[in-house]
Design a protein around this ligand. Structure first.
Ligand code: ADP
Length: 208
């Protein structure tokens, strides 16, 4: 299997590309969703987070109260680093489990890890199945802002999120493929098909 890290700034269209690749036959793992799963009721990071940040973070359902946790870590880089030290290994463990399940089923030659924080972390790298190819989806900041406010985010929140992430240059530096998504959905579908062909070729070369 070829493991692909798919990233991009918020609003660039990363999840849309993941969906298109899944349509072509890739198995997609939503790594951002794994981050929510580990602190949901019964998640492996619940107890370590409570231990580090306090019992008041345990919500009524037994999972972590995410807004309360966000209020602590998003105003303090050292607290965020402490959370990442707990959460990233837990996410990577879950990621390994998911990839193992996909491998056992034998349903896909290409596994796409849909992840916002590829450049900024060791997610998807410090694992038993690290990604071998990186794809970045890009769109101009004004287009991304427009998309984000279009899906209900306030302009201030959208700008803050854009500013907190890695830059396109940083993502480009580690990318094997860059998909421009400043245009329409038809153009994106074409680009995704070409990307799929290239990924399939890589997967086939590896299998040969
Ligand atoms: P990301 O995962 O990078 O944050 P999404 O794939 O969720 O971005 O896309 C953000 C929003 O923009 C979604 O509502 C999506 O449907 C829309 N979108 C993505 N690509 C295009 C495009 N080429 N044209 C118009 N809207 C798009």
């Amino acid at each position: 299997m070829l493991i692909v890290g798919l990233t991009g700034g918020i609003g660039a269209g990363k999840s849309t590309v993941a969906e298109l690749l899944s349509f072509h036959g890739a198995a997609v793992v939503d790594v951002d969703a794994l981050g929510r799963e580990i602190i949901a009721p019964g998640g492996s990071a619940v107890e370590p987070v409570v231990e580090r940040f306090g019992d008041h973070l345990r919500g009524p359902d037994g999972g972590i109260d995410r807004p309360a946790l966000a209020a602590i870590v998003f105003n303090d880089p050292s607290e965020l680093a402490a959370l990442n030290e707990i959460s990233h290994p837990a996410i990577n463990d879950l990621l390994d489990e998911r990839i193992e399940t996909i491998a056992a089923k034998g349903v896909a030659d290409v596994v796409v890890l849909d992840m916002a924080v590829l450049v900024e972390s060791a997610l998807g790298r410090d694992t038993r199945f690290p990604y071998e190819v990186v794809v970045t989806v890009e769109a101009p900041p004004d287009v991304r802002l427009q998309r984000l406010t279009g899906r209900g985010m306030t302009a201030d929140d959208a700008k803050a999120r854009l500013a907190s992430q890695a830059t396109d240059d940083q993502r480009r530096e580690v990318s094997n493929f860059v998909i421009g998504n400043g245009g329409g959905t038809d153009e994106l579908a074409d680009a995704a098909r070409q990307l799929w062909d290239a990924l399939r070729n890589l997967a086939d070369e590896r299998a040969a």
